[in-house]
Structures are given as structure tokens and as C-alpha cells.
Design a protein around this ligand. Structure first.
Ligand code: CP3
Length: 359
């Protein structure tokens, strides 16, 4: 069992557990990525995105890059949600400028029934990266591990890549719900085992990305996405060596179902920018912490406009009386076109303003 340095900054973990903090901690979805010139340089050396993600030295290097620039309150493992279906044998690749694709998508009954949760050995490069990053962090900030949700993974596995209308995966869902449930059952077991192995390797919090849950109809979301995230939550280890491991669930476009999402046993719920944080808090009470939710496009505006929008998000959540339990983030991943200086303004403003608002 690896030994790690004690945490110097646990603000993020305390906020997830709804304990008091001196300021509002923040990290950014996709904080390591193409908007940073140093990321593009490392990626060029590695040859490709998968060359980065599958090599623990490179994965560690790019995970650390945003932390060298900005005083962020958490690091997130550099990897991708699609490592899991890749390890299931679907053959992940990135066609230039086209996003992720699978060589062998699940298109018929035979392929679906042959699907198995992966051997964790085939994902060892991810767990090695987690341990290496945790050592490199040396207790600076906590490390977040993550996975896609069973449903969001299924979208890519059936579509064979990104999709505008989810025609193939929804056809299967409505026409052959038995097959869809088989995929989701397999994915839920795989995701739980994958996250537990990340926790064993050193992840101090975990997040489930349900990027496409919001594409589902009411009722269908609960049956085909939420219930499988609940299964993952039930199998997740919530403590490691006597320390709590908080779990965050994020359904993009899930604002309508907030009460139900808050009920599956996660410590925190991620929100996109369509939801008012104060309203969200009134709806869920103090059951969960909330993470979010600045529109990433705010970062294309000038510094004064960024500051004003940050203030709105902090004020919506409400500080100081109820100021516990907020982790500042974007409502979705940072755009590759974001000027890095805008992130400097964002981070400084969240820290300074949230301290000031606590009086
Ligand atoms: O947040 C972080 O910094 C950690 C790294 C991370 C990546 N992908 C790196 C990445 C995380 C948490 C993800 C999750 C992910 N991947 C999701 C869920 C979250 C979300 O954004 O909704 C999804 C749907 C994917 C699938 C995926 N991977 C897509 C659609 C793409 C193409 C995106 C694009 O902008 O072209 C990827 C590739 C990918 N994953 C990149 C990064 C930095 C870009 C790769 C590159 O060209 O360098």
C-alpha cells in the first residue's frame, strides 16, 4: 500500500462534506487540456491524446500543468471516460478532428450479449497514473478520480462515437430495452469496480460524468440512467484507511430531476448553468453539496464581466450563513478556445470574493 503525504489543502474535500471552509474551493472540468499551450506541447511529444492518457508519466505531467499555473483546489486524473469500453474490447480511437470513435460498436444482439465487464488488469495504466499523480501532488490538493455513467458510456458504445440525436442508442432503448438493460448492468458493475480501483490507487474523491443523461425523456432518465448510477453508488467504497471518499454525480441537463439525483447517496451533485444554485439548495436542503455552475462561455468575456458573473454564482448559492457545501466549477468542460488569462481572473475572483463575502 503506497504511503502518501498528508494533505495541505483539504478545502475541496471539506466543501464536499458540507463542512465550513474559509473560502469557496474550485477546480474546472477539463482543467488539463487544449486551451493550455503546455498541454499541446506535451501532446505533440506523446503523439496523440491516447498516447498521453495511456502513459502514466505523461498523464502525471499534464494533470499537474493547470496546478502549476493556477491555485486550484483539486487535481483531476488525466484520462478519459472511454477507457472502460476500450478495455471491454470496443477499440477506442480518435480520428483527427472528429472526436472519439469505436472500431467495434455494439450494433446487434450478439455483440451486446457478449459484453463483459473488463479485466481490471487492462486498466492498470489508469491506476498507475493515479498513484503517480498522488505522489507528485505531495499533499498539495486532493486528487479526483472519475468515470462515465453507465448510460453515457452506453451512448458511445452503441453510437460508435459522438452523436447529435442518439438515434441508434435510443432505438435500442425503446425497441429492445432488454438489451439496453444488459449493457447498463454490465457498465454499472464495470464502473463501480473501476472507481473502487482508482480509490485503492490513491483517488481522494470520485466523480461520475453523466454527460448525456439530459438527452433522455422524463421517466426514461430515471430508469436508464439514474437507477444505474444508484447501483454504482451502492457498490462504491466510501472510506479508505479511515478517511471518507466523497462521491459527486453530474448529469448535464439534469436540473429537472435534482431532488431525485440528490437521493442516490452521493455527497455532492454537479450542476450545469441552467440551474440557479440558491434554488437548487432550497430544493435539496443540506442533503448534498453542490458543484458548479458558471457557463464556460463567460471565460470569453472581459475580466470585469467574468468577475460580475462569478459574483452572481457565489451570491446565488448564498454566503456566509449557508456558505458551506459549495464547490465552484464550470457548468461543463472548459472550451479549448479559452484564453488562459481568463482562468487566472476566474480563480483569483472565486477565492478573493468568497473570502470577502464570508466577512
Ligand atoms: O477534467 C479533466 O481535466 C480530466 C480529463 C478528462 C478528459 N475527458 C480529457 C480529454 C475528463 C474528465 C474527460 C471526460 C469525458 N470524456 C467526458 C465526460 C465529461 C464531459 O466533458 O462531458 C466525455 C463525454 C468524454 C469523451 C470524449 N473524450 C470526447 C467527447 C472527447 C473529444 C472532446 C474534444 O474536445 O474534442 C474526448 C477527448 C478528450 N478527453 C480530450 C481531453 C483533454 C481532448 C483530446 C485532445 O485532442 O487532446
Amino acid at each position: 500500500m503506497p504511503q502518501f503525504a498528508p494533505l495541505k489543502n483539504d478545502t475541496f474535500l471539506r466543501a464536499l462534506l458540507r463542512q465550513p471552509t474559509e473560502y469557496t474551493p474550485l477546480w474546472l472540468m477539463r482543467q488539463a487540456g487544449r486551451y493550455l499551450p503546455e498541454y499541446r506541447a506535451t501532446r505533440a511529444r506523446a503523439g496523440s491524446f491516447l498516447g498521453l492518457a495511456k502513459n502514466p508519466d505523461y498523464a502525471t505531467e499534464v494533470t499537474m500543468q493547470p496546478l502549476e499555473r493556477y491555485p486550484l483546489d483539486a487535481a483531476i486524473l488525466f484520462s478519459d471516460i472511454l477507457t472502460v469500453p476500450d478495455a471491454m474490447g470496443l477499440g477506442l480511437y480518435f480520428a483527427d478532428g472528429e472526436g472519439p470513435k469505436f472500431e467495434r460498436p455494439l450494433r446487434d444482439e450478439q455483440a451486446v450479449l457478449a459484453l463483459r465487464a473488463p479485466e481490471l488488469d487492462s486498466l492498470q495504466y489508469v491506476f498507475d497514473a493515479v498513484t503517480q499523480i498522488r505522489k507528485e501532488l505531495d499533499g498539495r490538493v486532493p486528487l479526483i478520480g472519475f468515470s462515465g455513467s453507465p448510460w453515457t458510456l452506453a451512448c458511445y458504445m452503441v453510437e460508435g462515437g459522438g452523436s447529435d440525436d442518439f438515434r441508434r442508442v435510443k432505438t435500442m432503448l425503446y425497441d429492445r430495452p432488454d438489451l439496453m438493460h444488459h449493457i447498463l448492468e454490465t457498465n454499472a458493475a464495470a464502473v463501480a469496480a473501476y472507481l473502487n480501483a482508482q480509490i485503492d490507487a490513491g483517488a481522494q474523491a470520485v466523480m461520475i460524468f453523466d454527460t448525456w443523461g439530459g438527452a433522455l425523456a422524463d421517466g426514461v432518465y430515471q430508469e436508464f440512467s439514474l437507477s444505474y448510477m444508484a447501483k454504482v453508488m451502492q457498490q462504491l467504497q466510501r472510506e479508505k484507511d479511515g478517511v471518507q471518499i466523497p462521491a459527486i454525480v453530474f448529469t448535464k441537463g439534469g436540473g429537472l430531476w435534482l431532488e431525485q439525483i440528490a437521493d442516490i447517496g452521493a455527497d455532492a451533485v454537479g450542476l450545469d448553468w441552467t440551474v440557479n444554485l440558491g434554488e437548487a439548495r432550497r430544493r435539496v436542503g443540506h442533503k448534498v453539496a453542490l458543484q458548479g455552475n458558471l457557463d464556460p462561455n463567460v471565460l470569453f468575456a472581459g475580466p470585469d464581466q467574468i468577475r460580475a458573473e462569478v459574483r452572481k454564482v457565489l451570491a446565488a448559492f448564498g454566503i456566509p450563513a449557508a456558505g458551506n457545501g459549495h464547490v465552484f466549477n464550470l457548468g461543463h468542460g472548459i472550451s479549448q478556445f479559452t484564453p488562459p488569462e481568463a482562468v487566472t481572473v476566474l480563480v483569483e475572483t472565486v477565492h478573493a470574493l468568497s473570502r470577502e463575502m464570508r466577512g
